[in-house]
Design a protein around this ligand. Structure first.
Ligand code: ZN
Length: 219
């Protein structure tokens, strides 16, 4: 039995495991209940991104996934982050991508947002995924410029807004390797594409991206 499962089994004797999204009781070795998982619709068809070699999403960003994402942003609900990490792990597993990944990283958050929220939930999901998948998770990106809120911008403005928003760090850790970048929600993919480009231009062999939710394609 893996050590984390043993820990959960012991914890379960005192604090029975509950689904982090609906609070119903669940077996000690599960991350969420089947009814919450079944509510999530499959992700939309992915767009092609210039710098991203493979892409996975757990679900579509919609009315079913939105409350789950807001739980992930709730600091007191650490199990929601673990549950999201486990679902991302399963999406990689089902597409047989796990063996292609050497190192995991995440989209850094703006300093202002970290100060406001107290933590970067994407980093926590990536760290948890690293534990579940038994892969190293390291900070490889740094936000060098505070960008405007992407939400309010059109596709072209988004690209301009993101230009040189990131720099890379710990290049030695990923040179010649395959990197997976984690983000919570992917809208147009321009943030991930920009980050992937930086990592690729610094010597990564392959760059993939996995997110929890992807918004439907805007046509
Ligand atoms: Zn549930």
């Amino acid at each position: 039995m893996r050590p984390y499962l043993l820990k959960r089994l012991i914890l379960d004797l005192f604090y029975p495991n509950r689904c982090p999204f609906c609070d119903s009781f669940i077996p000690f070795d599960e991350y969420y209940c089947t009814s919450c998982r079944n509510k999530l619709t499959p992700p939309p068809k992915y767009d092609e991104y210039e710098n991203i070699d493979f892409f996975t999403a757990v679900t579509e960003y919609n009315d079913q996934s939105r409350p789950i994402i807001s739980e992930m942003k709730n600091e007191s609900n650490g199990y929601a982050l673990s549950a999201a990490a486990f679902m991302i792990f399963q999406s990689l597993l089902s597409e047989q991508l796990l063996s292609r990944i050497d190192i995991i990283t995440y989209i850094p958050m703006r300093r202002r947002d970290i100060l406001r929220r107290g933590y970067n939930q994407t980093k926590l999901i990536a760290k948890e995924l690293g534990k579940i998948a038994d892969k190293p998770c390291r900070p490889l990106l740094k936000k060098i410029r505070n960008t405007s809120q992407q939400k309010t911008l059109g596709a072209r403005e988004r690209r301009e807004n993101l230009k040189d928003a990131f720099s890379v760090r710990n290049v030695k850790l990923f040179a010649g390797k395959s990197v997976l970048i984690i983000d919570d929600v992917c809208t147009t993919g321009s943030t991930l594409n920009e980050a992937a480009g930086k990592i690729k231009n610094s010597g990564a062999k392959l760059v993939g991206a996995s997110v929890f939710a992807k918004t439907p394609r805007i046509t």
